[in-house]
Design a binder for this molecule. Structure first.
Ligand code: GAL
Length: 413
């Protein structure tokens, strides 16, 4: 049977989408017959998150103490420091941006005392600087702070409000009264509402890994939290890295595991511990959402989060989450494949004294006898012609991070 004209139209539009990965709403849809409306088929066709999201979020440092001046100053700092130029694009409001009650039409209302100009003005401001604005809501009746309403039962209305305001990203939490409905029922509703809102918005699910979202969220969201909240200390960070690791195989372009936002720069860990935090998050294709006050960021913090070579691992086009491949006591090797047959490796010493850590080619998926150039992403130095293994002395609570680039046959001759 010959394909109908609507099928051909659909295939044509799909072809445009897959060849350009455009996020333009109308180009990635299929026309609903007779209605003249353009509809996307699923939220995942939003074309967003082909690499993990990068940006800043207010929660880890400021909690509920946020206002529009802070957000604008943060946007300014993201640009002036050069962080936006290395990929940190999203400026994300977390909890506490709204009034406790909806207005008489049931709309969410920005808090007059802290966001007097409204969210649209903030989105316009972010866009004028080449940034994107993210917002926060909740799949229950109230957000976790209990200072503002959640979106349960208001999904379509709230998604339309966010679209109207020019919002680019929604983090969707899981607090308070959820009407006895499981996340698997509540989150798809918002996904559908975003789909129908008329504006592509990155959808970040935050149900803390309670119902193994890696197994169902990839079709409805761009990322999903795999754990409870991170705290600014070594034990929390290492525990969360491990919890997230078990879901590695579910991550893919457009759909990422989220072990929570970065604590780098907040003061609770040493520089080397933060280097481990950032290296492992980058390797694990985690969202890189800075969680400190970027307006007063010191050079040490900047050099950690702005390391383009480490960011490039996170943003690698292959989109495969690196994982723990070897553990001998507290000494670990984490690794994952990158585009162009390259491999990223982290040697991670979680113990209390300095030690030698070795990754053999068999540990990290390289064929025996492969010769590589080994790039140290923190020392910014390259060792050429390395064979069989990489090995390094690694301090306590520290790590090394490398990319390995196999020689081609031509290189070898
Ligand atoms: C938690 C969430 C945090 C933050 C907080 C706001 O549930 O995991 O990342 O959003 O709520 O109240």
């Amino acid at each position: 049977m010959a394909p109908s004209s609507s099928t051909l139209c659909f295939l044509f539009l799909l072809g445009i989408f897959s060849s350009t990965f455009t996020s333009s709403f109308t180009e990635i849809g299929a026309r609903v017959e007779g209605s003249g409306r353009i509809r996307r088929r699923t939220l995942m066709d939003n074309g967003l998150g082909l690499t993990p999201q990068m940006g800043w979020n207010s929660w880890n440092h400021f909690h509920c103490d946020i206002n529009e001046t802070l957000i604008k100053e943060t946007a300014d700092a993201m640009v002036s420091t050069g962080l936006s130029a290395v990929g940190y694009i999203y400026i994300n409001l977390d909890d506490c941006w709204g009034e406790l009650n909806r207005d008489s039409q049931g709309n969410l209302v920005p808090k007059a005392s802290s966001f007097p100009s409204g969210i649209k003005a903030l989105a316009d401001y972010a866009h004028s600087k080449g940034l994107k604005l993210g917002i926060y809501s909740d799949a229950g009746t109230q957000t976790c702070s209990k200072t503002m309403p959640g979106s349960l039962g208001h999904e379509e209305q709230d998604a339309k409000t966010f679209a109207l305001w020019g919002v680019d990203y929604l983090k969707y939490d899981n607090c308070e009264d959820t009407g006895g409905l499981s996340p698997k029922e509540r989150y798809p509703k918002m996904s559908e509402a975003l789909l129908n809102s008329g504006r592509p918005m990155f959808f970040s699910l935050c149900e803390w890994g309670q119902e193994d979202p890696a197994t169902w969220a990839p079709s409805i969201g761009n990322s999903w939290r795999t754990t409870g909240d991170i705290e600014d200390n070594w034990d929390s960070m290492t525990g969360i890295a491990d919890q997230n690791d078990q879901w590695a195989s579910y991550a893919k372009p457009g759909a990422w595991n989220d072990p929570d936002m970065l604590e780098v720069g907040n003061g609770g860990m040493t520089t080397e511990e933060y280097r481990c935090h950032f290296s492992i998050w980058a390797l694990a294709k985690a969202p890189l959402l800075i969680g400190c006050d970027v307006r007063s960021m010191d050079n040490v913090t900047f050099e950690l989060v702005a390391n383009k070579e480490v960011i490039d691992v996170n943003q690698d086009k292959l989109g495969v989450q690196g994982k723990k491949v070897k553990k001998e006591g507290d000494l670990e090797v984490w690794a994952g494949p990158l585009a162009n047959n390259m491999v990223a490796v982290v040697l991670w010493n979680r113990g209390s004294s300095s030690a030698n850590i070795t990754a053999y080619w068999s540990d990290i998926g390289l064929k025996p006898s492969t010769v590589v150039d080994c790039r140290d992403l923190w020392a910014h130095s390259t060792e050429t012609g390395v064979e069989d293994e990489i090995s390094a002395e690694v301090d306590s609570h520290a790590c090394k991070m490398y990319t390995l680039k196999p020689h081609t046959n031509r290189d070898r001759s």
